[in-house]
Write a protein of this length. Structure first.
Length: 213
């Protein structure tokens, strides 16, 4: 399992071989750390400002993250670094990582988790093993029981949520000099009025095995 720690500069594993994530970010707004267990890796992110309030869909979060993965770092990962806000009623939307190298997103498994208060700001970010996502994402900010597959979501104006992406990392790519990576996160949407569009949020993430960091 990977632990989550938001808005940290770096962390490292102990000699037992736990995974770790060394994260480099710019100035960030305060974020909320999701409680996690030990034997874990950590990650951080730099929230970005949202676009204009009139946009049909906005993404926020992202930033730059470098993950130094030990043996226990999961290769089947729940990545939750980007939240969304609907500026109008949407028929559907889909979120994908852009330019993936050495990893694969299981788009059909993408989840969205609402805040406890409708339209509330979400200041939770990080990553964990996919199998541990429910335990890791227990947070006072999130209504975990209200989570659903993103493909089943048709949010109304003002709704917000945390996107949980499933990423599968290739072992050979992780152990290479360039690592496994993606450059941003994009959302394609269609409103109930038939308008379509795409929005993107920079989110440069690189995963490398220890010894390659």
């Amino acid at each position: 399992m990977v632990a989550l720690l938001s808005a940290t500069a770096c962390s490292s594993a102990d000699s037992s071989g736990d995974a770790s994530a060394d994260s480099s970010t710019g100035p960030a707004e305060p974020t909320t750390a999701v409680p996690t267990a030990e034997d874990s890796a950590t990650s951080s992110s730099t929230p970005e400002s949202a676009g204009t309030a009139a946009a049909p869909l906005e993404l926020s979060g992202g930033g730059t993250t470098e993950v130094c993965a030990g043996k226990r770092f999961p290769r089947d990962l729940a990545f939750f670094d980007v939240s969304w806000e609907a500026g109008t009623d949407l028929e559907f939307f889909e979120i994908r990582v852009d330019a993936p190298e050495g990893l694969r997103q299981v788009v059909a498994d993408t989840l969205t988790i609402p805040p406890r208060n409708f339209g509330g700001r979400i200041a939770v970010s990080g990553m964990t093993a996919w199998a541990e996502r429910e335990r890791t994402l227990r947070s006072p900010q999130l209504a975990l029981a209200g989570g659903t597959r993103l493909s089943e979501e048709s949010p109304i104006e003002g709704a917000t949520g945390l996107a949980v992406l499933r990423l599968k990392i290739d072992e050979d790519a992780l152990d290479s000099a360039s690592g496994a990576s993606f450059g941003s996160v994009s959302a394609t949407y269609r409103t109930v009025d038939g308008e379509t569009g795409t929005v993107s949020e920079p989110s440069e993430v690189v995963f490398r095995a220890k010894g390659r960091c």
